[in-house]
Design a protein around this ligand. Structure first.
Ligand code: LMR
Length: 314
């Protein structure tokens, strides 16, 4: 199986490529592409790590070579937020980057699973969907917005709050990946009932966590390492599904027939053809229903921005 990382020289791309090189099963191939000419060098660097994952780096006009025969394409190219910016402020630059990379993927490896990390995810996934549709190769079950960072943050903050061991709590996060569109379903965390105040404080922390990192990095980027860890967990789940492991379940932002919006993040089962069944996330409390109602206009607007970028270019 071959995994291609597009944007491999960036903060997320390098850390994610390291995790993939270290942890993918023996025999896998890893292709690293970046417009930055250091990408082949990063591949040489990684190739000295003793695992049976073959790494090759590409730059410039070699994007088709990086994509050739790829089973999973991860897009983490583009620019990151600086303090004071919202994820939506990245749209102008990152929309064109995502469109161009997905167009190449549509031409070279149309049957791959496409995993989008580039922000604003809420709008980049609709762009990818419309580009793939235009090319006549859109398979909604193979297009994912990676919202796993919200899940790992939720799981970390909740475990810390409860004094439980890290990694022992599962939290579904539904909606999208920006501000109020991030909705952790606290009412369904097993074995504990939060008060309204406790749930609200944890939700606020999870929603603001990206901004917390942007502010802490003080103009030098946004989350890269936790994002890479989250990206690895998600890509690994996609790969396990493709390899026909049963019962692989994670949350992702997909066109899955949600009653709420065209694209919606929710838990789903992954299989040999991508995701194949979106799963219920349990009954919401009144406060969670209110939060969902409140976020939907924003989420739908961000989806429309992505669709319009491809369907109604200026
Ligand atoms: C995050 O949640 O950390 C990422 O989406 C990056 C950002 O701009 O917040």
């Amino acid at each position: 199986m071959k995994i291609t990382v597009l944007g491999a020289a960036g903060g997320i791309g390098q850390a994610l490529s390291l995790l993939l090189k270290m942890k993918l099963p023996a025999g896998f191939k890893l292709a690293l592409y970046d417009v930055a000419p250091v990408a082949p060098g990063i591949a040489v660097d990684l190739s000295h790590i003793p695992t049976d994952v073959a790494v090759k780096g590409f730059t410039g006009d070699d994007l088709p070579k990086a994509l050739e025969a790829s089973n999973v394409v991860v897009i983490c190219a583009g620019i990151a937020r600086k303090p004071g910016m919202h994820r939506a402020d990245l749209f102008k630059f990152n929309a064109g980057v995502t469109r161009d990379l997905i167009s190449a993927g549509a031409a070279i490896c149309p049957n791959a699973c496409f995993c989008i990390i580039t922000n604003p995810v809420n709008s980049m996934v609709p762009i990818a969907a419309e580009v793939l549709k235009k090319a006549g190769v859109y398979n909604p079950q193979k297009l994912f917005g990676v919202t796993m960072l919200d899940v790992i943050r939720a799981e970390t903050f909740v475990a810390n709050f409860l004094g439980r061991a890290a990694g022992t709590i599962r939290v579904n996060v539904i909606g999208g990946h920006s501000g109020k569109t991030i909705l952790p379903v606290m009412s369904q965390v097993g074995g504990f009932e939060f008060t309204d105040e406790e749930a609200a404080a944890l939700v606020r922390h999870i929603q603001d966590a990206g901004t917390e990192v942007v502010d802490a990095k003080a103009g030098n980027g946004s989350a890269t390492l936790a994002m890479a860890a989250a990206g690895y967990r998600f890509i690994n789940a996609v790969v396990r599904g493709l390899m026909e492991e049963e019962n692989v379940i994670e949350c992702a932002y997909v066109e899955g027939g949600s009653q709420h919006s065209r694209f919606f993040s929710q838990p789903m089962r992954l299989g040999k053809e991508g995701w194949y069944k979106v799963l219920p996330y349990g009954p919401l409390t009144q406060a969670e229903k209110d939060s969902l109602d409140l976020m939907l206009p924003t989420l739908r607007d961000e989806i429309r921005m992505g669709e319009d970028f491809v369907l109604k270019p200026e």
